[in-house]
Write a new protein. Structure first.
Lengths: 310, 187
């Protein structure tokens, strides 16, 4: 069977069909095995150059991408906005064009402005992988969440998934919602009304402001980080107040089904959105998400690189 | 759509696999009684390896372990193909280290698939020996790589592709030739 994948860019799960998402997840399963071998490296991207271009700070996503690239034998350049010519007034497109003139093949890009990667993808022959654009999209995070859910539950179709926390500012939430709905899951978004407006119902998810109601029937609870850096207004009175109303604590587990899994994209604010006892407990799959992120990013880079024609 | 012309029917395929089994048994079971394992290369090398293992067992009573290998991550043509191949499951249920491995593939043409398979297998360990068994050798190697065990030798014009098909019940196995629709050659 030939691939259904023909894209040189991965920009958002919103653009992908269910078949394309499933193909990506299937491909990632084989790449996961590479990291479990003694020789944790394949020559799939030998001779290709990947630029990790992060115009917004990132540690875990950048490290995960960089390791994925190394395990695929790609050559790597890391560019960070704080030390790039963007600081000297060069436009984003000029920076990209200059890098392209060095015969690079792929850009892995994070940017604070939603849609920045779409603009770049239209203006370069290189492949572009979105590593997060503002509050819009973070497709590889959603793919690793889907991969982890499928691995744990065996399927995604028909599952009830609750995404809890700051939905309003979260690219992780949006990307998860698109992916989960396309694969046939039922999605509930939950949290305080200031961070989970009713408008989300228009994209086909349930909105719930009561924590116990939100988790009662869930097969998966995906707890999002309170993003203090994006909360420039008073969306809730205090961290402790948030923890008491919406934090996932051992007592809340009693309201869940016994096999509900708890996810978190990291980094964790311990004892704010999730207690240490739950984050480190038996239902938590948080570190497996990190492991799976590497496999998913290897798959994405492999497929996208295969479609770059220069 | 181009017509498929049958070159080997069920009986001829069966005879070719039997010849392969005889050669493999002659090398490993006949004199030195060494253990060995079969490793089928996706896609058609996988069912062929299972068939070959059965025939080996019928001949000498030794049932070699059988694994499957996908070489997509080891190809040398990323970005040069019109479509990417699907990555199939790699499952090697035996220790590669110090083992005698017989790679199994359906059609041997340019040798590029086998070049990739050699890279892949040595990432899993350090075999004692690696041998190559193919159903059909079309004598078009572009690398200094050649089969050790061959079912059938066959000269086919360069603009024809060979396709082997194995059915689960063995009843309709066959090898066909089809004219290429593009200028690419068999790998």
């Amino acid at each position: 069977m030939e691939t259904v994948w023909t894209r040189k860019d991965l920009l958002s799960l919103y653009d992908l069909s269910a078949d394309e998402i499933i193909f990506l997840l299937d491909t990632a399963e084989e790449f996961k095995k590479v990291s479990e071998r003694n020789v944790k490296k394949v020559p799939a991207l030998r001779g290709k150059t990947v630029v990790n271009f992060f115009v917004e700070p990132s540690t875990r996503t950048r490290v995960s991408f960089e390791l994925a690239e190394q395990r695929l034998s790609a050559d790597i350049i890391n560019v960070q906005a704080s030390t790039s010519s963007l600081k000297k007034g060069e436009t984003l497109l000029d920076t990209i064009k200059n890098l392209e003139a060095l015969q690079v093949d792929l850009f892995v890009m994070r940017h604070a402005s939603p849609g920045a990667q779409y603009f770049i993808a239209e203006n370069t022959k290189c492949g572009v992988v979105n590593a997060g654009d503002g509050a819009h999209s973070h497709p590889t995070q959603a793919l690793l969440d889907l991969f982890t859910i499928r691995e744990k539950k065996g399927h995604i179709d028909g599952l009830k998934v609750t995404i809890l926390g700051d939905i309003l500012h979260s690219r992780v939430a949006r990307s998860n919602i698109w992916g989960l709905l396309k694969l046939g899951a039922e999605v509930t978004v939950a949290g305080p009304p200031t961070l989970v407006p009713r408008e989300f119902e228009s994209i086909g998810v349930k909105v719930c402001h009561n924590l116990k109601d939100a988790v009662r029937d869930a097969d998966v609870v995906n707890v999002l980080r309170i993003q203090h850096e994006r909360l420039n207004a008073s969306f809730f009175p205090s961290d402790s107040e948030y923890a008491s109303f919406y934090g996932i604590k051992p007592g809340i587990l009693d309201y869940m089904k016994p096999d509900t899994i708890i996810m978190h994209p990291g980094p964790i604010n311990r004892d704010v959105e999730i207690s240490s006892a739950v984050a480190d407990g038996s239902r938590s799959v948080i570190l497996e998400q990190v492991t799976n992120g590497l496999a998913v990013r290897m798959a994405v880079l492999f497929l996208v690189a295969g479609c770059v024609k220069k | 759509m181009f017509e498929r012309e049958i070159l080997l029917d069920h009986a001829a395929v069966n005879a070719a696999i039997a010849r392969l089994a005889d050669e493999v048994v002659g090398e490993f079971c006949g004199c030195c009684k060494e253990k060995f394992a079969l490793l089928g290369i996706h896609r058609q090398g996988v069912p062929l390896a299972s068939r070959l293992a059965r025939m080996v067992a019928e001949r000498c009573g030794y049932a070699p372990e059988v694994g499957m290998l996908d070489i997509s991550m080891y190809r040398d043509d990323i970005g040069m193909r019109k479509t990417l191949p699907k990555i199939n499951v790699t499952d090697i249920p035996f220790d590669v280290n110090d083992n005698n491995i017989v790679l199994v593939d359906d059609i041997f043409s340019s040798g590029r698939t086998i070049r990739a398979a050699l890279d892949a297998i040595t990432d899993y360990g350090r075999p004692r020996t690696i041998r190559l068994a193919v159903l059909v050798d079309r004598h078009a190697s572009e690398f200094p790589i050649h089969p050790d065990f061959t079912g059938v030798d066959m000269s086919v014009p360069e603009d024809f592709k060979l396709i082997a098909e194995f059915t689960p019940d063995d009843a309709a196995d066959a090898v066909y030739q089809v004219r290429w629709q593009s200028d690419k050659k068999q790998g």
